[in-house]
Ligand binder design. Structure first.
Ligand code: ADP
Length: 164
């Protein structure tokens, strides 16, 4: 059985992430989607909200399990017996970041491979940051994120007293 892990901040999860998860689900037996804490990024949503959104968005994909962790991804991968870490690539800017990340992971643990899936055409412009920007400016994001994300935006904006 081949298991892989797909880590990300998912702040929030987008249709770009879901596209990677669905394609990955066809390639591997089991996918752990890991809501990870990135110490260099401050997130808009709480870790629990990010977890809830990814869980809801993936609930109909049978070989996907959604988890949350603050540990190094290579450590999580090892514990779960994953042979690879999956990441998505959109543009050259992603490549530079991911290239460095892959080198770091290789330094930490050579036995775990990195697997990259190219963003699907039409999804490559979607990023969690652009979603937050669009939402802030009242752009309709319903075609770019799972419905649960719209619900959670309304809740989070209320919590943070952001007027809409
Ligand atoms: P991180 O903070 O770890 O970069 P993200 O949640 O921003 O987490 O992204 C997780 C992974 O998904 C990254 O590898 C990123 O490049 C990829 N990704 C994000 N958006 C898309 C998209 N629209 N299409 C394909 N891959 C994507």
């Amino acid at each position: 059985m081949r298991s892989v892990i797909y880590p990300g901040s998912f702040d929030p999860v987008t249709n770009g992430h879901i596209d990677i998860i669905k394609r990955c689900a066809k390639l591997f037996d089991k996918i752990y989607v890991c809501v990870a804490k990135n110490i260099s990024k401050t997130s808009f949503f709480t870790p629990q909200q990010r977890l809830l959104m990814v869980k809801e968005a993936c609930k109909d994909i049978p070989n996907v399990e959604v988890i949350i962790s603050e540990d190094l991804i290579v450590n999580v991968a090892k514990k779960l017996n994953c042979s690879a870490i999956v990441r998505g690539l959109r543009a050259v800017t992603d490549f530079e970041y991911e290239f460095a990340l892959a080198a770091g992971n290789e330094y930490l643990d050579k036995s775990i491979e990195m697997v990259f899936l190219m963003a699907s055409p039409g999804k490559s412009f979607i990023s969690s940051s652009s979603i937050k920007e669009f939402r802030y400016h009242n752009v309709d994001i319903s075609g770019l994120v799972p419905p649960i994300v719209i619900e959670q935006f309304a809740i989070r904006e209320k919590e943070l007293k952001i007027k809409k």
